[in-house]
Design a protein around this ligand. Structure first.
Ligand code: ADP
Length: 433
């Protein structure tokens, strides 16, 4: 566009100039030719003059053309080039602005900018969502005052080393982290405040879970240790008859075994937490696996005089999964049914398949799980009745390990239960295609 203008300018300059020069020249020649018609002895001189004027006209026109070209080049250098640059810069700025706008639109962090009066000058959807900004919340004080956040526009702007430039708050179900920084012009004079808002809900939740887990593990280990130390010290201090000694030693052995089980369970959990694909998968038959688990636990079943039966549907396709892991799950669920069902209970196991899943259903008519505990049952260390389960040797890790194993095998576990009526656990595993 600009190049065109440059040529146009030069051409216009040349044409108008040439028309001017030629019209003056031609008028002079016509005048001289008129004089020639009426002249007598001066005719030769006039003819010579006409030739001279024609030559001079030619030279002037030539010089003019050269000069116009020079002027054209000069104008293009001094005016057009900078203008061209300016347009390029403007185009770049507009592209950058578009990029910034798209970035702000899709950013998960919220961005808010305020001018010196505390009015919003820029915002993005994440900021609106995280701080739940309504159309009427148009100032710094309205937005942050709503949540009693201890922050002040002037302090952010004028106190450079203000300690509270970062703030945390709970808004609805979200934990929010906010960072306040002053905005400055090129000459370093303040022009407002910018706020970056981050959703740290997941982070806080994970952190709390980690803290809880450490506290739980310490607590779970401390109980048996205290008991072992107490009984061992008592034995060391006094002379006891054989029967009492045996009683004390039995407690020590039981508690030590419980600690060992806890540590084994923790190691299993950490194994499943850490490696995604190291579990070796094989093809196997679920019916056979469930029967094998029942055999392994038959002694416990007989001890409590339970009536345990296993029903396997014909032609259940084999599954492709981590066999040891699934065996562990079935043993855990079956032993829960045995543990949490009073003597002479009924335990039924079904193996079958629906669509692409093979399933195992284990039903007991035992103590059941109260409704309020059901959705927490898969949490690590969660036990319905702490003292009761601890007495039975439970660690509260079994179901969380089961869930972890099934997740890794693209399966699922569901529990339905009613207090004092019984429990039904269903495990699904995809069948081998
Ligand atoms: P634990 O090692 O303590 O048995 P689990 O994670 O296997 O831990 O089970 C968690 C809790 O769920 C148990 O402490 C128990 O209170 C409850 N529970 C699990 N299975 C049953 C069941 N079949 N009947 C009643 N309560 C159960």
């Amino acid at each position: 566009m600009l190049k065109n203008a440059k040529t146009k300018l030069s051409v216009t300059l040349i044409i108008t100039g040439l028309i001017g020069i030629l019209s003056i020249g031609i008028t002079t020649i016509i005048m001289l030719e008129n004089m020639l018609a009426t002249a007598g002895s001066e005719a030769d001189t006039i003819r010579m003059d006409i030739i001279k004027i024609e030559i001079i006209l030619g030279i002037i026109a030539l010089i003019y053309v050269i000069l116009s070209i020079c002027v054209g080049i000069l104008i293009s250098k001094k005016i057009m080039k900078p203008a061209e640059k300016l347009i390029n810069v403007a185009e770049e700025v507009s592209t950058q602005k578009k990029q910034m706008e798209t970035m702000l639109l899709h950013m998960t962090d919220g961005i808010l900018a305020f001018n010196m009066d505390g009015k919003i000058s820029l915002t993005n959807p994440a900021a609106t969502r995280l701080l739940r900004i309504m159309p009427e919340d148009d100032t710094f004080d309205k937005i942050f005052g709503k949540y009693n956040i201890d922050v002040n526009l002037e302090k952010v702007i004028y106190l450079e080393n203000w300690t509270s430039t970062a703030q945390k708050a709970t808004i609805g179900d979200n934990y929010i982290y906010m960072f306040f920084a002053p905005l400055r012009n090129e000459d370093e004079t303040p022009s407002g405040v910018i706020v970056v808002i981050q959703d740290i809900t997941e982070h806080v939740k994970l952190d709390n879970m980690r803290k809880e887990f450490v506290a739980d593990v310490s607590h779970e280990l401390k109980t048996p240790i205290t008991s072992i130390m107490g009984y061992a010290d008592t034995l060391l201090e006094g002379e006891y008859d054989k029967e009492t000694q045996e009683k004390f030693l039995n407690v020590i052995a039981t508690e030590a075994r419980r600690m060992a089980k806890l540590v084994t369970d923790l190691l299993t959990l950490s194994k499943y937490d850490n490696d995604e694909d190291r579990t070796k998968k094989v093809e196997f038959d679920l019916g056979e696996l469930v029967k094998k688990c029942q055999e392994k636990l038959q002694i416990e079943i007989d001890k409590k005089h339970h009536n345990a039966e296993c029903f396997v549907t014909a032609n259940v396709p084999s599954v492709y999964a981590d066999k040891d892991g699934i065996e562990r799950v079935v043993l855990n669920i079956l032993s829960n049914s045995i543990k949490y069902t009073p003597e002479n209970g009924t335990i039924k196991m079904y193996v079958g398949y629906v669509y692409n899943d093979a399933y195992i259903k284990i039903i007991d008519n035992g103590l059941g799980i109260p409704e309020e505990d059901l959705n927490r049952i898969f949490e690590r260390f969660y036990r319905v009745d702490k003292s009761r389960t601890r007495e039975m040797g439970g660690t509260g890790l079994g179901l969380s390990i089961a869930k972890e194993i099934l997740d890794k095998n693209k399966g699922s576990i569901d529990i339905k239960s009613e207090k004092d009526k019984g429990t039904e656990v269903v495990i699904r595993i995809p069948i081998k295609k």
